[in-house]
Design a protein around this ligand. Structure first.
Ligand SMILES: [Zn+2]
Length: 438
């Protein structure tokens, strides 16, 4: 009987959630998962804290800050043709990840002045290695009672798509995530799911992916990119969610070790100000935002050590549940923690992968030069290849990164939007890779 008690408490919490937010609350799968694990592993909270303390300690030890490049494979597992997202949407999503993780997003200016100094760039760059497409008849639903987070999606044998080596690739699966149900009762719609990193000493068994093959991120097809024609309704049926590709930014944050900014106290756990996300410069919040943008909210009225002040809730943070058009930042503490995780348990993602061979660029010209609003880059390639273009400042920083795009052999031109660049001299880094061979 003792075994049943946590489960009953869990169910009671879910029923409450359903009543409060009927008919369709939108949730992040990590929230469900962390509560499942909390029920199974009472020591989890202490373990989380220990992990973040260790990660923070490691991040302080890193003196040399260099760009970190992560290899990414996107699996599009589709049933209805609308779920088979076009390449342009996937590439747009990768571009959004690269903007948001490097504080190059266009809406950084929307952050309230009080928090501008706290915002940080993680200098983490995502490089798309391949888009894998699988047509399926399978339907994918989170099994809350069984504690199964879409494992079928991650296996060819069950209508999904096998992961690429999860040590070396961030696998992102895109599919239609069915509404979450318990005993036939719909309790919510999950937009995304991610597992925190594996192999940290202080994490209890069960908090990371159940198997290496399941490690990665899942995103509902309607929540990918900012140019996605598919829509998803706000809880309560008051209209459609504004989608700007930030579900992926949020889930990759979990994958790189971040917790929700309110410390996961507001869903099934205690809804109070004692729950920490383990990061000093994220203000305490008693609960998550409700897909809104309440910039005057102060859910925990207390002076915090980092600020020596009582800060308002940081609703612009990617790890809240605010409107995607409201989110625009990670804090420096969050950026340091993700970099620490990426140089620790997820360091394999930074290894160069050998399957994409560079292609020699036969000729390249830029005109006009200097350019005002737009420059044209003319390339000549000996064979068809994917071309990645980065604009580098004299100090060596990537100031503009265009999504990789296919070029045919021979001479071809591409426009570079230089309006966004301050006046100056820049280097154009051109990387051409042959199509991936599997
Ligand atoms: Zn989440």
């Amino acid at each position: 009987m003792k075994q049943l008690l946590p489960l009953l408490a869990f169910l009671a919490g879910l029923a409450m959630l359903s009543a409060q937010n009927a008919p369709l609350p939108i949730i992040c799968g990590n929230e469900i998962f962390s509560h499942i694990v909390q029920e199974k592993y009472p020591e989890l909270d202490a373990a989380f804290r220990a992990t973040f303390e260790e990660a923070a300690r490691q991040s302080h030890a890193v003196t040399q800050r260099s760009p970190l490049h992560v290899n990414v494979v996107v699996h599009v597992v589709w049933n209805d043709p609308a779920e088979n997202l076009a390449d342009s949407i996937i590439l747009n999503q990768i571009q959004i990840l690269n903007a948001d993780y490097n504080r190059m997003n266009a809406d950084t200016g929307n952050l309230r002045a009080y928090f501008q100094d706290v915002a940080g760039s993680a200098d983490i760059h995502f490089e798309l290695a391949e888009i894998v497409r699988v047509q399926t008849n399978a339907l994918f639903e989170v099994d809350v009672l069984g504690g199964d987070l879409l494992s079928a999606l991650k296996s060819d044998a069950t209508g999904g798509s096998n992961a690429w080596d999860t040590e070396h690739y961030l696998n992102i699966w895109i599919c239609k995530i069915q509404p979450t149900t318990i005993f036939g009762l719909t309790i919510g719609q999950t937009l995304g799911i991610a597992f925190p990193p594996n192999g940290l000493d202080h994490w209890p068994e069960g908090v990371s992916a159940p198997t290496a093959e399941q490690d990665g991120v899942v995103i509902d097809f309607r929540a990918v990119g900012s140019n996605n024609p598919n829509t998803i309704e706000v809880a309560g049926g008051t209209g459609n969610l504004t989608i700007k590709g930030r579900t992926s930014v949020h889930e990759v944050g979990h994958y790189l070790g971040l917790r929700h900014i309110w410390g996961d106290g507001g869903f099934l756990g205690p809804n109070d100000c004692a729950q920490s996300d383990g990061v000093d410069d994220t203000p305490f919040a008693s609960a998550q935002s409700s897909f809104d943008c309440e910039v005057t909210k102060n859910s925990c009225e207390q002076v915090e050590a980092f600020y020596n002040d009582d800060p308002l809730d940081l609703v612009e943070n990617f790890m809240d549940y605010s409107q995607e058009s409201c989110m625009n930042m990670f804090t420096k503490g969050q950026a340091a923690l993700m970099r620490s995780v990426l140089m620790g348990p997820r360091a394999g993602l930074l290894d160069p992968v050998s399957i994409r061979q560079p292609v020699l660029v036969l000729d390249s010209r830029i005109f006009p030069n200097p350019a005002q609003d737009r420059a044209m880059l003319s390339l000549q390639l000996p064979e068809t290849a994917d071309v990645q273009i980065r604009i580098i400042s004299p100090a060596g920083h990537v100031v503009l990164e265009m999504p990789a795009q296919p070029f045919s052999s021979g001479q071809q031109q591409i426009a570079i939007d230089t309006q966004v660049l301050p006046v100056g001299i820049y280097f154009v880094h051109i990387q051409a890779n042959e199509k991936t061979q599997q």
